[in-house]
Design a protein. Sequence first.
Length: 256
Amino acid sequence: MTLDIVTIPCLSDNYAYLLHDAASGDTAVVDVPEAAPILRVLQEKGWRLGTILLTHHHPDHVQGVDELRAATNAQVIGAAADRHRLPALDAAVSEGDAVRVGGEEGRVIDVSGHTVGHVAFHFPQTAALFSADSLMACGCGRLFEGTPAMMWESLSKLMSLPPETRVYSGHEYTTGNIAFALTIEPENGMLKSRQTEVAALRARMQPTVPSTLSEELATNPFLRPGEAGIRRKLGFGSDAEDAEVFAEIRHRKDAF
């Protein structure tokens, strides 16, 4: 059995995700931008929330935690490295630690870069990665606290996951991310096709997440600094470090 996942739009462009194990009835949520939409879906589904998993401390990912915890009595789990600025935690985790939803065990991955202490949650049986503002659909998070080298190391960990992994990121930023990606790789046919698909989804007001890791590897410029065409366009030779090329891509996105 794999987990059922429900994508819940929150605020103006955030997503929270419910994970439900049908066999046990156990339910968790990843991030709480606001409580009301999550509570509404829980009521519609008849699910009882047991666990709140937090990726990082930014208010648009945690500001609904206290209200949701008060309504559900769910336990809150977040990064030990971020504990001092997260809502009160019932359990603190670090890279390699396990989190469980019903019969499935997930793994904590340190993906510092957007913030220091940001974590992702990977559930291999369900082939799901909850990456919040680290790896995003056709993008990656702005480096508010970490360095380019730190973020490249984090993304490299995620790139090693199975290509069929579905990537559940924290925001609906895909349209703008693709527009930027086309300035880096304008002849990427898969990227052009993705732009068309994303435009159709947004025209129907549907989420563009999850994506798959294989799709990200083929179209996301932040995962492609080793590509010869990208290096030529950005003025790098074959001897440049991937992290150096990544830093230039991130710099250009910041100015985009």
